[in-house]
Design a protein around this ligand. Sequence first.
Ligand code: SAH
Ligand code: SF4
Length: 351
Amino acid sequence: MISLAAKPALSGLTDDDLSEWLTARGQPPYRARQIRQDLWRGALIEAMSELPSELRQELTEDFRSHSLEEIRRTEADQASTTKLLYRLEGGYTVEAVVMRYERRTTLCISSQVGCPIGCPFCATGQGSFGRNLRSHEIVDQGVDAARLLRQEGRRLSHLVFMGMGEPMANYEAVLAAVRCLAEPGGLGISPRRITVSTAGLVPRIERLAAEGLPVTLAISLHAARDELRDDLVPINRKYPLAAVVAAADRFGQQTGRRVSYEWVVLAGVNDSERDARELGSLLRGRLAHVNLIPFNPVDDTPYREPEAPALRRFAAQIRAQGLNVTLRDTRGREGDAACGQLRARVERELG
Ligand code: SAH
Ligand code: SF4
Protein backbone atom coordinates (compact mmCIF):
# COMPACT_ATOMS: atom_id res chain seq x y z
CA MET A 1 0.00 0.00 0.00
CA ILE A 2 1.21 3.48 -0.83
CA SER A 3 1.65 5.68 2.22
CA LEU A 4 0.19 9.18 2.15
CA ALA A 5 3.58 10.82 2.24
CA ALA A 6 4.68 8.92 -0.86
CA LYS A 7 2.05 10.57 -3.02
CA PRO A 8 3.25 13.51 -5.07
CA ALA A 9 2.06 16.98 -4.06
CA LEU A 10 -0.69 18.42 -6.24
CA SER A 11 0.94 21.83 -5.79
CA GLY A 12 4.04 20.47 -7.54
CA LEU A 13 2.30 19.74 -10.83
CA THR A 14 3.06 22.07 -13.70
CA ASP A 15 0.05 23.68 -15.39
CA ASP A 16 0.53 21.33 -18.34
CA ASP A 17 0.67 18.21 -16.19
CA LEU A 18 -2.39 19.24 -14.26
CA SER A 19 -4.33 19.94 -17.45
CA GLU A 20 -3.26 16.61 -18.89
CA TRP A 21 -4.33 14.75 -15.76
CA LEU A 22 -7.72 16.50 -15.85
CA THR A 23 -8.27 15.93 -19.58
CA ALA A 24 -7.54 12.23 -19.16
CA ARG A 25 -10.44 12.15 -16.71
CA GLY A 26 -12.80 14.03 -18.98
CA GLN A 27 -12.72 17.24 -16.94
CA PRO A 28 -13.21 20.68 -18.53
CA PRO A 29 -10.08 22.86 -18.86
CA TYR A 30 -11.24 25.50 -16.36
CA ARG A 31 -10.82 23.01 -13.53
CA ALA A 32 -7.05 23.50 -13.67
CA ARG A 33 -7.41 27.18 -12.83
CA GLN A 34 -9.91 26.42 -10.05
CA ILE A 35 -7.58 23.89 -8.47
CA ARG A 36 -4.57 26.19 -8.75
CA GLN A 37 -6.42 29.01 -7.02
CA ASP A 38 -7.64 26.72 -4.28
CA LEU A 39 -4.05 25.56 -3.74
CA TRP A 40 -2.83 29.16 -3.55
CA ARG A 41 -5.43 29.75 -0.87
CA GLY A 42 -3.90 26.88 1.05
CA ALA A 43 -6.96 24.65 0.63
CA LEU A 44 -6.73 20.89 0.98
CA ILE A 45 -8.19 18.76 -1.80
CA GLU A 46 -11.01 17.65 0.53
CA ALA A 47 -12.02 21.29 0.98
CA MET A 48 -12.15 22.21 -2.73
CA SER A 49 -15.91 22.39 -2.50
CA GLU A 50 -16.63 23.64 -6.01
CA LEU A 51 -15.13 20.46 -7.48
CA PRO A 52 -17.41 17.48 -8.03
CA SER A 53 -16.95 14.97 -5.23
CA GLU A 54 -15.80 12.19 -7.59
CA LEU A 55 -13.04 14.45 -8.87
CA ARG A 56 -11.96 15.23 -5.32
CA GLN A 57 -11.93 11.52 -4.64
CA GLU A 58 -9.76 10.85 -7.69
CA LEU A 59 -7.40 13.66 -6.77
CA THR A 60 -6.97 12.32 -3.24
CA GLU A 61 -6.17 8.89 -4.60
CA ASP A 62 -3.29 10.25 -6.68
CA PHE A 63 -2.03 13.26 -4.73
CA ARG A 64 -1.56 14.95 -1.41
CA SER A 65 -2.47 18.63 -1.47
CA HIS A 66 0.75 20.49 -0.62
CA SER A 67 4.43 19.63 -0.42
CA LEU A 68 5.13 20.60 3.20
CA GLU A 69 4.20 18.78 6.34
CA GLU A 70 4.42 20.94 9.46
CA ILE A 71 6.28 19.03 12.13
CA ARG A 72 6.98 21.72 14.71
CA ARG A 73 5.80 25.20 15.55
CA THR A 74 7.55 27.52 18.02
CA GLU A 75 6.29 30.92 19.15
CA ALA A 76 8.51 33.71 20.46
CA ASP A 77 8.33 37.43 21.24
CA GLN A 78 4.87 37.29 22.78
CA ALA A 79 3.70 35.25 19.81
CA SER A 80 4.69 37.90 17.27
CA THR A 81 7.22 35.42 15.83
CA THR A 82 6.30 31.93 14.68
CA LYS A 83 8.96 29.52 13.59
CA LEU A 84 7.75 26.63 11.48
CA LEU A 85 9.61 23.45 10.76
CA TYR A 86 8.49 21.44 7.74
CA ARG A 87 9.25 18.01 6.43
CA LEU A 88 9.76 17.72 2.68
CA GLU A 89 9.80 14.86 0.26
CA GLY A 90 12.83 12.72 0.99
CA GLY A 91 12.52 13.34 4.75
CA TYR A 92 14.48 16.60 4.71
CA THR A 93 13.43 19.46 6.96
CA VAL A 94 13.44 23.23 6.43
CA GLU A 95 12.37 26.23 8.44
CA ALA A 96 10.31 29.30 7.75
CA VAL A 97 9.70 32.16 10.19
CA VAL A 98 6.67 34.44 10.33
CA MET A 99 7.35 37.89 11.82
CA ARG A 100 4.39 40.09 12.71
CA TYR A 101 4.84 43.86 12.91
CA GLU A 102 2.41 46.68 13.30
CA ARG A 103 2.06 47.48 9.63
CA ARG A 104 3.41 44.45 7.86
CA THR A 105 3.98 40.73 8.18
CA THR A 106 7.15 39.20 6.84
CA LEU A 107 7.96 35.59 6.06
CA CYS A 108 11.55 34.44 6.12
CA ILE A 109 11.76 31.66 3.61
CA SER A 110 14.23 28.82 2.88
CA SER A 111 15.54 27.98 -0.58
CA GLN A 112 17.76 24.97 0.11
CA VAL A 113 18.14 22.19 2.66
CA GLY A 114 21.44 23.23 4.24
CA CYS A 115 23.80 25.44 2.26
CA PRO A 116 26.82 24.62 0.10
CA ILE A 117 28.61 27.93 0.83
CA GLY A 118 29.66 27.00 4.37
CA CYS A 119 30.18 30.36 6.10
CA PRO A 120 31.88 29.51 9.41
CA PHE A 121 29.55 31.64 11.60
CA CYS A 122 26.30 30.30 10.18
CA ALA A 123 24.32 27.42 11.68
CA THR A 124 22.99 26.39 8.26
CA GLY A 125 26.48 26.45 6.75
CA GLN A 126 27.78 24.09 9.46
CA GLY A 127 25.47 21.23 8.57
CA SER A 128 25.71 19.14 5.44
CA PHE A 129 24.03 20.23 2.24
CA GLY A 130 20.85 18.30 1.44
CA ARG A 131 19.27 19.48 -1.78
CA ASN A 132 17.75 22.40 -3.60
CA LEU A 133 14.13 23.14 -2.85
CA ARG A 134 11.82 22.88 -5.82
CA SER A 135 9.90 25.99 -6.70
CA HIS A 136 6.58 24.71 -5.38
CA GLU A 137 8.25 23.87 -2.05
CA ILE A 138 9.31 27.50 -1.81
CA VAL A 139 5.87 28.74 -2.88
CA ASP A 140 4.18 26.40 -0.39
CA GLN A 141 6.04 28.10 2.48
CA GLY A 142 4.34 31.33 1.42
CA VAL A 143 0.98 29.65 0.91
CA ASP A 144 1.09 28.02 4.33
CA ALA A 145 2.10 31.23 6.12
CA ALA A 146 -0.59 33.21 4.30
CA ARG A 147 -3.18 30.63 5.35
CA LEU A 148 -2.02 30.75 8.96
CA LEU A 149 -2.13 34.57 8.96
CA ARG A 150 -5.52 34.75 7.30
CA GLN A 151 -6.95 32.90 10.29
CA GLU A 152 -5.69 35.81 12.41
CA GLY A 153 -7.09 38.42 10.06
CA ARG A 154 -3.60 39.33 8.81
CA ARG A 155 -2.11 39.40 5.35
CA LEU A 156 1.33 38.20 4.40
CA SER A 157 2.94 41.35 3.01
CA HIS A 158 6.71 40.74 2.69
CA LEU A 159 9.06 37.88 1.92
CA VAL A 160 12.77 37.59 2.59
CA PHE A 161 14.98 34.79 1.29
CA MET A 162 17.01 34.73 4.50
CA GLY A 163 16.18 31.31 5.81
CA MET A 164 18.20 28.22 5.02
CA GLY A 165 20.26 28.14 1.86
CA GLU A 166 21.78 30.39 -0.78
CA PRO A 167 18.93 31.46 -3.08
CA MET A 168 21.24 32.34 -5.97
CA ALA A 169 22.62 28.77 -5.92
CA ASN A 170 19.07 27.54 -6.65
CA TYR A 171 18.36 30.23 -9.21
CA GLU A 172 15.66 28.76 -11.47
CA ALA A 173 13.50 27.46 -8.65
CA VAL A 174 13.83 30.72 -6.69
CA LEU A 175 12.94 32.85 -9.70
CA ALA A 176 9.97 30.66 -10.62
CA ALA A 177 8.80 30.84 -7.01
CA VAL A 178 9.17 34.64 -6.88
CA ARG A 179 7.11 34.98 -10.05
CA CYS A 180 4.46 32.65 -8.71
CA LEU A 181 4.29 34.35 -5.30
CA ALA A 182 3.88 37.68 -7.07
CA GLU A 183 0.93 36.46 -9.23
CA PRO A 184 -2.01 38.77 -8.65
CA GLY A 185 -4.38 35.78 -8.74
CA GLY A 186 -2.29 34.05 -6.05
CA LEU A 187 -0.60 35.61 -3.03
CA GLY A 188 0.03 38.81 -4.98
CA ILE A 189 3.19 39.83 -3.12
CA SER A 190 4.83 42.55 -5.18
CA PRO A 191 8.48 41.81 -6.10
CA ARG A 192 9.40 45.08 -4.37
CA ARG A 193 8.37 43.45 -1.14
CA ILE A 194 10.53 40.41 -1.78
CA THR A 195 14.17 40.46 -0.66
CA VAL A 196 16.70 38.04 -2.10
CA SER A 197 19.78 37.76 0.08
CA THR A 198 22.99 36.36 -1.37
CA ALA A 199 26.54 35.58 -0.32
CA GLY A 200 27.59 37.08 -3.67
CA LEU A 201 27.27 34.69 -6.63
CA VAL A 202 28.29 37.23 -9.25
CA PRO A 203 27.02 35.57 -12.47
CA ARG A 204 23.65 34.97 -10.82
CA ILE A 205 23.39 38.56 -9.58
CA GLU A 206 24.01 39.68 -13.16
CA ARG A 207 21.39 37.30 -14.45
CA LEU A 208 18.93 38.60 -11.87
CA ALA A 209 19.67 42.16 -12.95
CA ALA A 210 18.86 41.21 -16.54
CA GLU A 211 15.46 39.74 -15.54
CA GLY A 212 14.19 43.24 -14.84
CA LEU A 213 12.43 41.93 -11.75
CA PRO A 214 12.42 44.71 -9.14
CA VAL A 215 13.10 42.58 -6.06
CA THR A 216 15.26 43.96 -3.26
CA LEU A 217 18.79 42.59 -3.41
CA ALA A 218 20.67 42.06 -0.16
CA ILE A 219 24.38 41.29 -0.33
CA SER A 220 25.88 39.51 2.68
CA LEU A 221 29.14 41.43 2.89
CA HIS A 222 30.47 40.97 6.48
CA ALA A 223 33.95 42.17 5.50
CA ALA A 224 35.27 44.88 3.19
CA ARG A 225 38.72 43.38 2.56
CA ASP A 226 39.21 40.20 0.59
CA GLU A 227 41.58 38.59 3.05
CA LEU A 228 38.95 38.60 5.82
CA ARG A 229 35.97 37.94 3.55
CA ASP A 230 37.75 34.88 2.11
CA ASP A 231 37.39 33.36 5.61
CA LEU A 232 33.93 34.60 6.52
CA VAL A 233 32.22 34.02 3.18
CA PRO A 234 34.28 31.33 1.40
CA ILE A 235 32.70 32.00 -2.03
CA ASN A 236 34.66 35.27 -1.92
CA ARG A 237 37.70 33.32 -3.12
CA LYS A 238 35.85 32.79 -6.37
CA TYR A 239 33.99 36.10 -6.56
CA PRO A 240 35.99 38.74 -4.69
CA LEU A 241 34.62 41.99 -3.27
CA ALA A 242 35.22 44.22 -6.27
CA ALA A 243 33.27 41.86 -8.54
CA VAL A 244 30.42 41.50 -6.06
CA VAL A 245 30.00 45.23 -5.60
CA ALA A 246 30.22 45.86 -9.35
CA ALA A 247 27.47 43.27 -9.95
CA ALA A 248 25.34 44.82 -7.21
CA ASP A 249 25.82 48.22 -8.85
CA ARG A 250 24.58 46.85 -12.14
CA PHE A 251 21.56 45.39 -10.39
CA GLY A 252 20.87 48.79 -8.84
CA GLN A 253 21.19 50.52 -12.22
CA GLN A 254 18.95 48.04 -14.01
CA THR A 255 16.19 48.04 -11.43
CA GLY A 256 16.56 51.45 -9.77
CA ARG A 257 16.52 49.61 -6.45
CA ARG A 258 18.82 50.47 -3.59
CA VAL A 259 21.03 47.53 -2.65
CA SER A 260 21.20 46.41 0.93
CA TYR A 261 24.53 45.28 2.40
CA GLU A 262 24.35 42.93 5.37
CA TRP A 263 27.06 42.85 8.00
CA VAL A 264 26.94 40.24 10.74
CA VAL A 265 28.92 41.83 13.56
CA LEU A 266 31.40 39.34 15.07
CA ALA A 267 33.08 40.75 18.18
CA GLY A 268 36.76 41.46 17.64
CA VAL A 269 36.68 40.05 14.09
CA ASN A 270 34.95 42.60 11.83
CA ASP A 271 33.93 45.48 14.11
CA SER A 272 37.02 47.70 14.27
CA GLU A 273 37.51 51.24 13.01
CA ARG A 274 39.62 49.78 10.24
CA ASP A 275 36.63 47.70 9.10
CA ALA A 276 34.45 50.82 9.10
CA ARG A 277 37.02 52.71 7.01
CA GLU A 278 37.32 49.85 4.52
CA LEU A 279 33.56 49.69 4.22
CA GLY A 280 33.50 53.44 3.66
CA SER A 281 35.99 53.22 0.79
CA LEU A 282 34.09 50.32 -0.76
CA LEU A 283 30.57 51.74 -0.66
CA ARG A 284 30.83 55.52 -0.50
CA GLY A 285 28.90 57.22 -3.28
CA ARG A 286 26.84 54.10 -4.04
CA LEU A 287 23.09 53.59 -3.83
CA ALA A 288 23.53 51.42 -0.78
CA HIS A 289 22.34 50.78 2.72
CA VAL A 290 24.25 48.91 5.42
CA ASN A 291 22.44 46.68 7.91
CA LEU A 292 24.34 45.62 10.97
CA ILE A 293 23.19 42.32 12.43
CA PRO A 294 24.60 41.38 15.83
CA PHE A 295 25.93 37.83 15.60
CA ASN A 296 23.43 35.36 16.96
CA PRO A 297 25.61 32.82 18.79
CA VAL A 298 26.01 29.43 17.12
CA ASP A 299 27.48 26.49 19.04
CA ASP A 300 30.87 25.16 18.01
CA THR A 301 31.95 28.38 16.32
CA PRO A 302 34.75 30.59 17.65
CA TYR A 303 32.66 33.76 17.27
CA ARG A 304 31.13 35.99 19.93
CA GLU A 305 28.36 38.50 19.78
CA PRO A 306 29.36 42.13 20.29
CA GLU A 307 28.48 44.12 23.42
CA ALA A 308 25.91 46.85 22.86
CA PRO A 309 28.36 49.79 23.31
CA ALA A 310 30.82 48.26 20.83
CA LEU A 311 28.01 47.80 18.36
CA ARG A 312 26.88 51.41 18.70
CA ARG A 313 30.43 52.63 18.32
CA PHE A 314 30.91 50.59 15.15
CA ALA A 315 27.63 51.89 13.71
CA ALA A 316 28.77 55.46 14.43
CA GLN A 317 32.10 54.82 12.74
CA ILE A 318 30.31 53.59 9.64
CA ARG A 319 27.96 56.56 9.68
CA ALA A 320 31.01 58.83 9.95
CA GLN A 321 32.11 57.34 6.63
CA GLY A 322 29.04 58.90 5.05
CA LEU A 323 27.08 55.66 4.71
CA ASN A 324 23.47 54.86 5.57
CA VAL A 325 23.51 52.34 8.36
CA THR A 326 20.87 50.68 10.50
CA LEU A 327 21.48 48.81 13.70
CA ARG A 328 18.78 46.69 15.20
CA ASP A 329 18.24 45.29 18.62
CA THR A 330 18.17 41.57 19.12
CA ARG A 331 14.47 41.03 19.54
CA GLY A 332 13.50 37.58 18.44
CA ARG A 333 16.16 35.67 20.27
CA GLU A 334 14.06 34.16 22.99
CA GLY A 335 12.82 30.65 22.51
CA ASP A 336 14.64 28.81 19.79
CA ALA A 337 17.53 31.12 18.97
CA ALA A 338 18.56 29.38 15.77
CA CYS A 339 16.20 31.52 13.78
CA GLY A 340 15.93 34.43 16.20
CA GLN A 341 18.63 36.09 14.14
CA LEU A 342 16.20 36.36 11.30
CA ARG A 343 13.99 38.86 12.97
CA ALA A 344 16.78 41.31 13.75
CA ARG A 345 18.15 40.93 10.27
CA VAL A 346 14.92 41.37 8.52
CA GLU A 347 13.55 44.29 10.50
CA ARG A 348 15.58 47.19 9.24
CA GLU A 349 15.39 46.15 5.66
CA LEU A 350 11.80 46.79 4.90
CA GLY A 351 11.02 49.27 7.59
N1 SAH B 1 22.64 32.50 1.97
C1 SAH B 1 22.10 33.79 1.91
C2 SAH B 1 20.75 33.93 2.57
C3 SAH B 1 20.50 33.17 3.82
S1 SAH B 1 21.48 33.68 5.20
C4 SAH B 1 23.07 34.80 2.47
O1 SAH B 1 24.07 34.42 3.09
O2 SAH B 1 22.84 36.00 2.25
C5 SAH B 1 20.72 35.22 5.56
C6 SAH B 1 21.57 36.14 6.40
O3 SAH B 1 21.77 35.60 7.71
C7 SAH B 1 22.94 36.42 5.84
O4 SAH B 1 23.21 37.80 5.80
C8 SAH B 1 23.82 35.69 6.84
O5 SAH B 1 25.10 36.21 6.85
C9 SAH B 1 23.08 35.89 8.13
N2 SAH B 1 23.50 35.01 9.22
C10 SAH B 1 23.90 33.73 9.12
N3 SAH B 1 24.23 33.24 10.35
C11 SAH B 1 24.04 34.24 11.24
C12 SAH B 1 24.20 34.35 12.66
N4 SAH B 1 24.60 33.32 13.39
N5 SAH B 1 23.91 35.52 13.26
C13 SAH B 1 23.45 36.56 12.53
N6 SAH B 1 23.25 36.51 11.18
C14 SAH B 1 23.56 35.37 10.54
FE1 SF4 C 1 24.86 29.77 3.33
FE2 SF4 C 1 24.05 32.27 3.82
FE3 SF4 C 1 24.68 30.57 5.83
FE4 SF4 C 1 26.61 31.53 4.27
S1 SF4 C 1 25.30 32.73 5.64
S2 SF4 C 1 26.37 29.39 4.93
S3 SF4 C 1 25.61 31.62 2.34
S4 SF4 C 1 23.00 30.37 4.43
